[in-house]
Design a protein around this ligand. Structure first.
Ligand code: DHB
Ligand code: FE
Length: 279
């Protein structure tokens, strides 16, 4: 039986990729942010997961406003990034894991989730930046990645309760997969932020802290929020909390918080990082 050993919530902003490329992680602006990743990298190195299931949102690289699946899942042998205009350099392709992808798709459809299946898909900063952060020097090619993409750009967006339920269904699917793979789940984005409009630059770190507390002890409490609530309380792009809820839904055991960091502002966001162990 494949086993989910833990979940990680992480920021995904493109400026992180640019900061790594430029080697400025030790400057006053970035130091607290990058220092936060040291224990998470160390944990990943120690545990050596075989598979990463990664919840992210495609900001327009592959899925623009003209075609926007609510939920999509990758089932490709390999994933490439591409120029999004943020200045992130090309990185080595990400390795896929088609067998478990298809098993998850089968189980999701059987359980009344109907994802778009992507056998060829480019992946954006929502997926690549956290992987580069977790695996220094882009050393992620030995781990197999399953992208799970949630619409967070165009209304109507799936409710937090639905994203949490999607995570539950994926968690159950992994546990019914024959094999002895170690799986880690990532949810990327957030936390509070708004990139445009009258409230551009809006943050709510008090709410972010509350969310991180609830992600450990009472994730169901977060599923009571509507998308409109999240836009108001956490900013228009604070809806990326949905990715963290998908990640948390996958954790089936008793959950312990092993590490947390929250730095604000980093670019336009409150940048969160949380490592949850599935015990
Ligand atoms: C920023 C935040 C995001 O979530 C994103 O997808 C792109 C940029 C930012 O704060 O710069
Ligand atoms: Fe984003």
């Amino acid at each position: 039986m494949a086993k989910i050993i833990g979940g990680i919530g992480s920021s995904h902003i493109p400026a992180i990729g640019a900061a790594m490329d430029r080697g400025i992680g030790d400057t006053p602006y970035w130091k607290d942010f990058f220092d936060g990743y040291v224990p998470v990298r160390e944990w990943l190195r120690r545990e050596g997961p075989d598979i990463v299931i990664l919840f992210y949102n495609d900001h327009g690289l592959e899925m623009f406003l003209d075609k926007k699946p609510t939920f999509a899942i990758g089932a490709a042998p390999e994933y490439h990034n591409a120029d999004e205009g943020w200045g992130i350099k090309p990185i080595p392709p990400v390795t896929g894991e088609t067998e478990l992808s298809w098993h998850i798709v089968d189980e999701l459809v059987e359980n009344d989730f109907d994802p778009t299946v992507c056998q060829e898909i480019k992946v954006d900063h929502g997926l690549t930046v956290p992987l580069s952060l977790m695996y220094p020097g882009n050393s992620y090619q030995g781990v197999k990645v399953i992208p799970v993409c949630i619409n967070c750009e165009r209304h109507p967006m799936p409710k937090p309760s639905r994203c949490y339920a999607l995570g539950r269904a994926i968690g159950a699917a992994v546990e019914s997969f024959g094999g002895d793979q170690k799986v880690v789940v990532l949810g990327t984005g957030g936390l509070s932020h708004q990139l445009d409009g009258e409230r551009a630059g809006f943050l709510n770190t008090e709410f972010d802290r509350e969310c991180m507390d609830k992600l450990v002890s009472d994730p169901e409490a977060l599923t009571a929020y509507s998308i409109e609530d999240l836009v108001e309380i956490a900013g228009a792009q604070g809806v990326e909390l949905n990715m963290w809820l998908g990640m948390r839904g996958c954790l089936t055991g008793r959950v312990r918080e092993a590490h947390r960091n929250l730095v604000a502002p980093i670019s336009n966001t409150a940048a969160g990082l949380q490592l949850l162990l599935n015990e």
